[in-house]
Structures are given as structure tokens and as C-alpha cells.
Ligand binder design. Structure first.
Ligand code: R5P
Length: 298
């Protein structure tokens, strides 16, 4: 029985490539909004006995999560063998602690919700912050795909004489591995974030890299303030206009335009969230991860 890959709205392209690589059928689902704002879901492809893979990236998660969970539950009731979720971008990873009295630890609540409805989860470079692995909050099998090797390949093929730049100490290990794969030097900056849109970045002595093409790499570009601050510093230091590489193109409001206006030579992202900047395809490692998941979870 062939597996069935079902894309949720706006996930058709990546889901189609993953289905091809898995030799799976593409299934259809209908998601509508009733006039009163409630969600209507229907699984249009017979799923009984099949492995089902839902593909739904979870940026702007609040509008997506209920239909996704309803669809997962429906597929299970229709006797799918298993229902897995490929969520290339996994939301609600940042609030992993009560920073202020009374705050909700939403990363744990979100994990509990998802774990109650799907049998397994695959995502790309979740922003783990203070946690070591997804299994600390997800009670289902969860696998992480790393974008670093694909980013290294892209840099190798597209940038002459790169120097990689990581925005903060949290990115150090990750940027080091991208740099190693790209056979390029790297430096790590220091970042202070005072609020959602208030970021300060300190740039160390960059003079010796003036003849190299700076490539900023970060996992998420959201308000883009981190990248914008860094681009401005590099411009002032007389470096070439940098290429900005992000894994997840969240791009809140007009942040993409602001980043270009700040002087980025080019903005490039992985295809975890559909965006005009997607240039690095992760369908290969995602498909491999699905196959590994099927093999490792009987
Ligand atoms: C933070 O720790 C992350 O690695 C990114 O640096 C951050 O999410 C980028 O956010 P923004 O684009 O809003 O500056």
C-alpha cells in the first residue's frame, strides 16, 4: 500500500516533491472556514490502512493548528495506519520558560497539543533555546532535519571567498558546522535583544576579512532586526554587502523589504516556509527523515 502525503494549504510544492521522493500518492483534503469562523475539514482521499504524512509548516501557527489537528484526528478515525506530521518550521519554540510571573510556557502546551493528535513529527532546526531535544516536550517520536549541510553546499556553489558570520553565541556551533562544510572561515558576534524589534549587535574586528564576501547565517529571520543591525555594522566597517542566509523565512510585516533596504546583497532561505527568497531545497533530507521514521517506529 502506497503512503499518502497530504499537503495543507500553501504546502503543495514541498509536499509534492516529498511524495515523489517517497514514491507516495498525493492525497487531498478540504479545509474551509464556516461563516461563523469555525473550521470545516474533510479527508478526500481514502486513507484506510495507509501511512499518512501531513505536510504543514507552522509559521503563523494560530490560524493553522486547529484545522491541522482536526485533519489528523479525521485521518486516524478513517483508519490510517499512522498519521505523521512534517512541519518544516515548528512554531512556539521560544517561550520555553516563565520569564515574567504569570506567563504561559507555550512551547510545552503546543507540544502537548500536537503530541495528542499525530503519531510522529519531523521538523527542521527547531529553535531549542534552553531545551536539549524535542523529546523534552513532545511525547511522540520526533526527528530533526539539519539544514546546515544544504546551506554549506549552497554557499560552496554560489559564493566566492566567503566569510560566515553568526549573529550570537547561540548560533556558534551551528555556524561552525556550516562553515566547515563550506570550507570557509567564520566569526560570531554578540547580540543583545531588548525587545521584539530592539536588537543590538557588536561586530568584532572585521578588517582582515575585507576581501571576502560576508555571509550572515541565522536559523530564523523574523523581524529581521538581527540581520539588519549586522548588515549596517558591516557596511560601516567597509565590508562588501553581505548575503543573508536564513533557514526559516518567517519575515514578519515588511521585514524582508527592510532587510534589502538596509543593504543586504541578497537574501536566501531554505524552503521550510514558502517565500520568494527560497533557494535551498530541503526535500531530500526531509524525505530521508520520513523513511527513517517509518523504519524506526513499527
Ligand atoms: C534568536 O535567538 C534566533 O536565532 C534569531 O537570531 C532570531 O529569531 C532572529 O529574529 P529577528 O529576525 O526578529 O531579529
Amino acid at each position: 500500500m502506497k503512503p499518502i502525503v497530504i499537503p495543507l494549504p500553501n504546502n503543495a510544492e514541498l509536499a509534492g516533491t516529498i511524495a515523489d521522493k517517497l514514491d507516495a500518492h498525493i492525497g487531498q483534503a478540504t479545509i474551509l472556514r464556516h461563516p461563523d469562523g469555525e473550521s470545516y475539514v474533510r479527508v478526500d482521499t481514502p486513507v484506510s490502512g495507509h501511512e499518512v504524512v501531513l505536510v504543514c509548516t507552522l509559521d503563523r501557527p494560530d490560524e493553522k493548528i486547529l484545522p491541522l489537528l482536526f485533519l489528523a484526528r479525521t485521518a486516524k478515525e478513517l483508519k490510517a495506519a499512522r498519521v505523521g506530521l512534517v512541519a518544516p518550521y515548528l512554531a512556539y519554540m521560544r517561550q520555553d520558560k516563565r520569564f515574567q510571573p504569570g506567563e504561559g510556557i507555550t512551547s510545552a502546551y503546543f507540544a502537548e497539543l500536537v503530541s495528542g493528535y499525530v503519531d510522529w513529527l519531523i521538523t527542521v532546526d527547531p529553535h531549542l533555546h534552553r531545551r536539549n531535544s524535542l523529546s523534552e516536550i513532545y511525547s511522540i517520536p520526533a526527528k530533526v532535519v539539519h539544514a546546515a549541510p544544504s546551506i554549506s553546499d549552497w554557499i560552496r556553489s554560489n559564493v566566492d571567498q566567503p566569510v560566515l558570520i553568526g549573529p550570537d553565541s547561540e548560533s556558534a556551533q551551528w555556524v561552525a558546522s556550516v562553515a566547515e562544510g563550506a570550507d570557509a572561515p567564520y566569526m560570531i558576534l554578540e547580540k543583545i535583544r531588548r525587545g521584539d524589534r530592539d536588537v543590538e549587535v557588536s561586530v568584532p574586528e572585521v578588517g582582515r576579512w575585507r576581501n571576502r564576501s560576508p555571509v550572515l547565517v541565522d536559523d530564523i529571520i523574523s523581524t529581521a532586526r538581527t540581520m539588519i543591525e549586522t548588515v549596517s555594522h558591516l557596511n560601516r566597517a567597509g565590508m562588501m554587502a553581505p548575503i543573508c542566509v536564513g533557514v526559516h523565512a518567517v519575515f514578519a510585516d515588511r521585514s524582508y523589504k527592510d532587510l534589502l533596504a538596509a543593504g543586504a546583497a541578497r537574501v536566501v532561505t531554505c524552503n521550510t516556509i514558502p517565500h520568494v527568497t527560497n533557494a535551498i531545497d530541503l526535500s531530500d533530507p526531509l524525505s530521508r527523515a520520513v523513511q527513517e521514521m517509518w523504519l524506526s517506529t513499527p
